[in-house]
Design a protein around this ligand. Structure first.
Ligand code: PEP
Ligand code: MN
Length: 345
């Protein structure tokens, strides 16, 4: 990892470094942070002479060798002080970042989504979620409708809140970027779809878009999860949020196996913020509050909670696991109390 003295290398400086790297069969990738750029060495970076030649250049502050399977996501990497911002919200600094909204937008009832959005803003959420396209286990279940994009965009413009929308393939990704979706969600089923992860990184490189990467239901170790995020960041976009959302096998009674307790393990290994999704973890509105508070106690930087003005009128997961805006307000208050106290123990 190459850290320049200034905020960015000039084109000539990049060329000079690329020439050195290519002598050692390596290449250079620019990673654009909010305030400065760092440069990853792709290839076998353990070549001492290459290291010394690059470190000796007058415009280089330092060159770090990170022996890690995820050298950009590693908390020792030059991105360690990178902060992810969604809209004006800097994650992990003052308050837990709360994303709220229905699982699935009902295109035939836009009013329900818009009412939910306003009530959730009132309850204190910082961003809105809403499924336009849905990954459904059953192919005959409702699959989503692009008409819903207009509804969530309307909610964005009426509330001023950033929006989070799941994309499952390349076409959806392009449509979502074009529409100005702030947080591109990669769901649990695509968490190991490496081609899609690369494409997300590539199409959003040098942009302020963020990616909420859910933990795969079948992902085993924290390393595998972080390595999936590395695929995105390695294309040049460092704005990745890691989202534990429950894994298999399910505990009898919960939809998945709640995994908010993975948060401190992730934080030991990577600088990326952790946003826990309690809704899919437990799969029932009654259990969401406890899981949310536990996540914040474990050190999560925020939550993504399915919520709806009138859950029984919702579609997708909403009748079962969405909470109401009143419940959201109560959960946010409890989480703020835990947030304020968690490091004093
Ligand atoms: C969702 O967020 O509604 C969703 C389908 O999530 P997951 O990928 O966690 O199942
Ligand atoms: Mn859902």
């Amino acid at each position: 990892m190459i850290i320049p003295k200034g905020s960015k290398l000039t084109a000539e400086q990049v060329e000079e470094i690329e020439r050195i790297a290519s002598d050692f069969e390596c290449s250079i990738l620019e990673i654009q942070g909010r305030n400065r750029c760092v440069y990853a060495i792709l290839g076998d970076e353990s070549r001492e002479v290459m290291f010394k030649r690059i470190a000796g250049l007058s415009y280089i502050r330092k060159v770090d060798m990170i022996e890690s399977p995820y050298k950009l996501m590693d908390r020792r990497s030059a991105l360690s002080d990178h902060s992810v911002k969604v809209g004006d919200f800097e994650i992990g600094v003052n308050l837990p970042f709360i994303i709220g909204g229905p699982c699935t937008i009902d295109p035939d009832n836009p009013g329900l989504y818009l009412e939910s959005a306003h009530a959730l803003k009132e309850a204190g959420v910082h961003a809105l979620r809403g499924g336009v396209w849905k990954p459904r286990t059953n192919p005959y279940s409702y699959q989503g409708d692009f008409k819903s994009m207009d509804i969530i965009l309307q909610a964005k413009s009426e509330t001023g809140l950033p929006i989070d929308v799941e994309v499952m393939d390349s076409d959806q990704l392009k449509l979502a970027i074009e529409a100005g979706v702030d947080v591109l969600q990669i769901g649990t089923r695509n968490a190991l779809n490496y081609s899609l992860l690369k494409e997300v990184g590539n199409l959003t490189a040098s942009s302020n878009s963020s990616v909420l990467l859910k933990r795969g239901r079948h992902i085993g170790s924290p390393n595998e999860f972080i390595a999936a995020a590395e695929y995105i960041v390695a294309e040049g976009i460092p704005n990745v949020l890691l989202c534990p959302r429950g894994t298999t096998p399910a505990l009898d009674g919960y939809r998945n196996h709640p995994d908010e307790s993975i948060t401190p393990l992730l934080k030991n290994k990577t600088w990326a913020p952790v946003i826990v999704d309690p809704s899919h973890s437990v799969g029932h509105a009654d259990f969401v509050k406890a899981c949310s508070i536990a996540a914040i106690a474990y050190g999560a930087d925020g939550l993504c909670i399915e919520s709806h003005i009138s859950p029984s009128k919702g579609i997708g997961d909403d009748p079962k696991q969405a909470i109401t805006p009143e419940k959201m307000k109560e959960i946010i208050e409890c989480c703020l109390a835990v947030w304020g106290n968690r490091y004093s123990a």
